[in-house]
Design a protein around this ligand. Sequence first.
Ligand code: ZN
Length: 160
Amino acid sequence: MKDPQMAVNPVPRARLSIPEYAMALAHVASLRSEDPFRKVGAVAIDFDNRVIGTAYNGLAPGYNAAPDFWSDRDDRRKYMLHAEVNLCSLFTRGNVRLVACTTKPCTSCMQMLCAYGVKEVYYRDDYPESEANLIAERYGIQLEQLIDYPQVATSMDQIQ
Ligand SMILES: [Zn+2]
């Protein structure tokens, strides 16, 4: 039988790096997404390592979709505001150093992060259709995959 204290605090680890911290927060933000097919979270960190904001993909603020809205996976796509779009609505150009996204930014979102002057972008899940790598390379933005960060344990994890 497991030590109950160990179930709550599994393995002590070193202090989180700023990218790990941002990704853990982005993961939590993704849990708020209303999209049943793809949940994406994003976090912006400024030049003093402060969290500027968190965001997730979803419909326009205040819009309440009818239940059948979600029945067509492809048709919904054009209406979804990407997490990075919602995130960039929270700050002005030049105020954010680092963005963490749970999915690699699509081509359009990577262009937007460039326009906002973001210097470093971390993502967890790959998105092969994206041309983010070419955009980042050309404009000198650091783009890295980051998968090793503390995951949020569910209640089921803790009782097993
Ligand atoms: Zn996008």
